[in-house]
Design a protein around this ligand. Structure first.
Ligand SMILES: [Zn+2]
Length: 135
């Protein structure tokens, strides 16, 4: 289905809007496993639903007393996605989050505004890191 997204009309381009679907059951466990894999080994498995390319985004909410963040994992092909919260990144890992400086309210608004579409666009444009950096 081709639709012109609101807010993009000015850009004069139509995009194919993905039908995002949060996975359940076995696929959910695989998606969460993929989150662990990218964090622990900087390796991303393929989508458990369609074997397509998985993508991810990490956002850290606070660093003290312990680092605590959240990870979104999604498939660039079929639109399956999952989200993991209270993720603790190893001390030697950094992630160049383009939204790192947003305060909680601003991030909350962002997250409620077709967040997966925004993530996908930022991934496609190369603005999201493809890996964590090891110190
Ligand atoms: Zn998929």
């Amino acid at each position: 289905m081709r639709v012109v997204l609101r807010g993009e009309v000015g850009e004069g381009r139509a995009v194919t809007k993905k039908a995002w679907k949060r996975v359940g059951g076995e696929a959910q466990l695989s998606m969460l496993g993929a989150a662990s894999s990218i964090i622990d080994k900087n390796m991303m498995p393929t989508c458990p639903v369609c074997q397509g390319p998985l993508r991810f985004y990490y956002h850290e909410f606070k660093q003290t007393p312990r680092r605590s963040g959240t990870v979104w994992i999604w498939c660039g092909a079929c639109g399956a996605w999952e989200h993991a919260s209270r993720v603790e990144l190893p001390k030697d890992r950094t992630y160049a989050d383009p939204w790192a400086t947003l305060n909680l309210d601003a991030f909350d608004r962002l997250e409620r505004n077709q967040f997966l579409d925004q993530l996908e666009r930022k991934w496609e444009s190369g603005e999201l890191p493809r890996q964590f950096t090891c110190a």
